[in-house]
Design a binder for this molecule. Structure first.
Ligand SMILES: [Zn+2]
Length: 64
């Protein structure tokens, strides 16, 4: 199952997006983007929670 993560969905005026298998490695790429481009050092868990809040079940995220 794939997911598209768009930075603007998480409160930034930003055109960054990534798409791929719903996995921790994809989420980690978004987390790194928040840190490098926006200077906000969210934990991986915090980013997972943000995605869950958008309607994705935690169990549907692959642990790899
Ligand atoms: Zn961004």
């Amino acid at each position: 199952m794939t997911i598209k993560l768009e930075c603007k969905d998480y409160g930034f005026e930003c055109e960054f997006s990534i798409e791929g298998r719903k996995s921790l490695s994809l989420i980690e790429q978004l987390r790194e983007h928040f840190e490098t481009e926006h200077g906000i050092d969210y934990s991986t868990d915090a980013v997972i929670q943000m995605i869950v809040n958008r309607g994705h079940s935690r169990d549907s995220i692959r642990k790899e």
